[in-house]
Ligand binder design. Structure first.
Ligand SMILES: CC(C)[C@H](C(=O)O)[C@@H](O)C(=O)O
Ligand code: SF4
Length: 467
């Protein structure tokens, strides 16, 4: 075990057996569930008269359907209320820890597990949600699963999986000021493509990543899946351990020291062999904004929207679809594009450091007329912390709305929706057609600081000129 990657080591340690199909039966240390992808899984379990095998290894929260304004029960949307009731009943019947609204610990599943110290290095973590890759920031092997796999984990605490290859994605050097983890990952996806990571786990490494906080690493790993990599991870180091120490579920006293030794031993070895390796220069990364309908259609804020001849042949068909849908002119600058809605939140960028960065830009300024700007903290704890620091006041004074925690307009399964052809500047992770609640709505992805800058000026703006 001395020449492996963290991925190989964690995979091997969790292998129950190799199945006749060649797949691995992998033990899942932590199973996270939410209201959208779990109800059917529990129903399938009941149909087969199966029990939840290890309820203490499953943790639930409610995030996607949660209204961020009126949270009175029953919810106005009957479907949301139904999902909520199903989750409540399933957790109660099966003895599953559930962080309900107003528990003080509710929030987006990928925000709450790390903040409580549930997410730890060396774990295997699964959740019926594609952005489970977020948890890889801690050196866990964490990936999204479908509903029938949620059933499998509930019933057996294992999954049948094929092993991934590992690509080392190295980023070196200091980031320019005004450039954030979000820009780094948008840049990586733009370069390697939205399908570039299919079949791979991405190991993020290099001095830029080493210098990142845990929250920045989470932003990075969150979007590994948008680059096609089912999981992304960072080797655990002192930054990881400092973040974890003292959190609710982190090991305590003598267990802590043992855990740190153990976690350290799981780091990829210097001689580890990778299936592929790519290197980026941090200095070449500018504040990045998407102009199209996939997270890979991004450009530096100073660049023009690419014309077809600037793109490889293989990207031109999708680009044509994007020009039409977005109604943006190839060859023209992205800077100055007017926006209608500014959304700060999501599991990509709804953590306290994100709100601090955005508040820093908004402080003492005013949201542009006719722009609707709102901030949705990633969790109840993030909200509480932000309020303790007075960030809510900064946002409110600038004309932003301050909301209750949840996924909100990241995918608009709640009342927060774009209307008609509105364009949003969004700190979330997906800009697919119709993603934010209007079938013809348009999304520009960017960092929370850039969203705040767009809110103030009313158009896409280089945050480096505003700060
Ligand atoms: C609802 C859920 C299944 C979905 C996902 O898997 O990612 C959602 O969280 C999203 O971001 O699109
Ligand atoms: S915040 Fe968005 S990306 Fe994250 S889990 Fe919720 S819907 Fe999915």
């Amino acid at each position: 075990m001395s020449q492996g990657t963290l991925f190989d080591k964690v995979w091997d340690l969790h292998t129950v057996r190799v199945l006749p199909s060649g797949q691995t039966q992998l033990f899942i240390g932590l199973h996270l569930i939410h209201e959208v992808t779990s109800p059917q899984a529990f129903a399938m379990l009941r149909d087969r008269q199966l029990q939840v095998l290890m309820p203490e290894r499953t943790v639930a929260t409610v995030d996607h359907i949660v209204p961020t304004q009126n949270q009175v029960r029953p919810f106005q949307d009957p479907l949301a209320e139904e999902m909520m009731q199903a989750l409540e009943a399933n957790c109660q019947e099966n003895n599953i820890r559930f962080y309900n609204l107003h528990s003080g610990q509710q929030g987006i599943v990928h925000v709450i597990a790390p903040e409580q110290g549930l997410t730890q290095p060396g774990m295997t973590i699964a959740c019926g949600d594609s952005h489970t890759s977020t948890h890889g920031a801690f050196g866990a092997i964490a990936f999204g699963i479908g509903t029938s796999q949620v059933r499998d984990v509930l019933a057996s605490q294992t999954l049948a999986l094929s092993k991934l290859k590992v690509r080392r994605v190295e980023v070196n050097g200091p980031l320019q000021s005004g450039v954030y983890a979000k820009d780094v990952i948008l840049h990586i996806i733009r370069t390697l493509g939205v399908k570039g990571g299919v079949g791979y786990a991405y190991e993020f490494a290099g001095s830029t990543i080493a210098a990142m906080t845990m929250e920045e690493r989470m932003t990075l790993c969150n979007m590994a899946i948008e680059g096609g990599a089912r999981c992304g991870y960072v080797n655990p180091d002192a930054v990881t351990f400092d973040y974890l120490r003292g959190r609710d579920f982190a090991p305590k006293a003598a267990d802590w020291d043992r855990a740190v030794n153990w976690w350290t031993s799981l780091r990829s070895d210097p001689e580890a062999i990778y299936d592929d390796c790519v290197v980026f220069d941090a200095a070449a990364i500018a504040p990045t904004v998407t102009w199209g309908i996939t997270p890979g259609q991004g450009i530096g804020i100073d660049e023009p929207i690419p014309t077809p001849d600037m793109l490889p042949e293989s990207e031109r068909v999708l680009a044509a679809e994007a020009y039409e849908y977005m109604d943006l002119q190839p060859g023209s600058p992205i800077q100055g594009t007017p926006v209608d809605v500014c959304f700060i939140g999501s599991c990509t960028n709804g953590r306290i450091s994100d709100l601090r960065e955005a508040a820093h830009i908004a402080r003492g300024k005013q949201v542009a007329p006719d722009v609707k700007a709102f901030v949705v903290p990633g969790s109840e704890r993030v909200k509480q912390q932000a309020e303790a620091e007075g960030l809510d006041q900064v946002f409110r004074a600038a004309g932003f709305e301050w909301r209750e925690p949840g996924c909100s307009m990241c995918l608009a399964m709640n009342p927060d929706k774009l209307e008609g052809r509105q364009i949003s500047a969004s700190s979330s992770n997906r800009n697919f057609k119709g993603r934010q609640g209007s079938a013809s709505g348009r999304t520009l992805l960017m960092s929370p600081a850039m969203v705040a800058a767009a809110a103030i000026t009313g158009c896409v703006t280089d945050v480096r000129h505003l700060a």
